[in-house]
Design a protein around this ligand. Structure first.
Ligand SMILES: Nc1ncnc2c1ncn2[C@@H]1O[C@H](COP(=O)(O)OP(=O)(O)OP(=O)(O)O)[C@@H](O)[C@H]1O
Length: 322
């Protein structure tokens, strides 16, 4: 089957920059998938989406959407995808309904069809009752929903969503997740960028983690978290005794059976230590506390759990600020 999205050896170097924003990226997205592109600020996500949606000119490599080479044939490609940017680009001189109808007209949808379609989309996105007001009256969440409804007017095969739920309240976020799943069940492929790890874990069938323009990992959220240092984690909030420190405590805890490695997740006094385990956290808890109390460290909180996608992300991309 033709992949919905294919990126091969993609490189983008912006003028006057001495490093590549995208540095040899290769991945494919299968039809009907929800694919999450994750990465720290400046990792190259927007640039990659920019090439796929013909906004950014690639330096080298190949990119196709729905089997169309978007670098050679941007106009042909545009028929098959839609983009929902993070910032509203709705036409404020038009009503919401007119925004949808104009978009459809631009894409050659016949008049009778576009009005019916606009009504159906407004209904689906919970906007029918406010279809004829000023766009300016819309809240951020409503504008976001309207942009997705608009994007769907020409029935794209692939929908690119740039941080679709940033700034949305929990209700709007859940609503958005449901609508995106509906789109998938209708066969639409969704490529989304997000900084929200819960969202990626919840929504995406597979995620690609990029940094410095390169792909660091690509798999299902479950498989990515399973691969990370033995799944289970034990978080300990600890104040070291005078003359001791967190790093020394981590070394000592590393000798406890079942501890693969430890790291300081909140350095300083009263900081937190995370232990990545190869066994159940409960089996490590007693011995770990024994080690800590043997060094007169004060334990103020304990949390047992499993590695999250956020842990995988931090593990791959580090804790440094960008
Ligand atoms: N128009 C531009 N001119 C020069 N450099 C750019 C331009 N756009 C992006 N860059 C640089 O390319 C790199 C990748 O940026 P990009 O916006 O693709 O990252 P991103 O992963 O989308 O980041 P964010 O999560 O912050 O949106 C960064 O170093 C950025 O500074």
């Amino acid at each position: 089957m033709t992949p919905a999205v294919e990126v091969r050896d993609l490189v983008k170097r912006y003028p006057k920059r001495d490093v590549n924003a995208v540095d040899g990226l290769t991945f494919t997205v299968e039809p009907g998938e929800i694919f999450g592109l994750l990465g720290p600020n400046g990792a190259g996500k927007s640039t990659t989406i920019g090439v796929l949606t013909t906004r950014v000119k690639a330096t080298s490599g190949a990119a196709s959407v729905a089997g169309i080479d978007v670098i050679r044939d941007p106009v042909g490609g545009k028929r098959h995808f839609a983009v929902v940017p993070q910032q509203s680009n709705l036409d404020r001189s038009l009503t919401p309904r007119q925004n949808l109808a104009f978009h459809a007209a631009y894409h050659g949808v016949p008049r009778a069809e576009r009005n019916a379609k606009a009504a159906a989309m407004l209904e689906e996105f919970g906007l029918l009752e406010q279809a004829d007001v000023k766009v300016d009256w819309y809240s951020g969440g409503m504008a976001q929903r309207l942009m997705i409804a608009r994007a769907m007017m020409h029935e794209p095969k692939v929908l690119f969503l740039d941080e679709p739920t940033t700034g949305l309240d929990p209700q709007s976020r859940l609503f958005m997740w449901e609508r995106v799943r509906d789109l998938r069940s209708r066969g639409v492929t969704v490529v989304l960028t997000t900084h929200d790890m819960d969202e990626a874990a919840e929504m995406a069938d597979r995620v690609g983690i990029v940094d410095h323009g390169r792909l660091l990992a690509l798999d299902t959220p479950a498989e990515l978290t399973r691969r990370l240092a033995g799944q289970a984690v034990l978080d300990l909030s600890v104040t070291p005794a005078d003359g001791d420190d967190t790093d020394k405590l981590i070394v000592a805890l590393g000798d406890v059976a079942g501890v693969e490695r430890g790291e300081s997740v909140a350095p300083g006094p009263g900081g937190s230590i995370r232990l990545y385990l190869t066994v159940e956290p409960a089996a490590v808890l007693g011995p770990a506390i024994t080690v800590l109390s043997g060094r007169s460290a004060i334990v103020t909180n304990v949390h047992m759990g499993t590695a999250s996608l956020e842990d995988v992300f931090i593990d791959l991309t580090g804790r440094g600020l960008r």
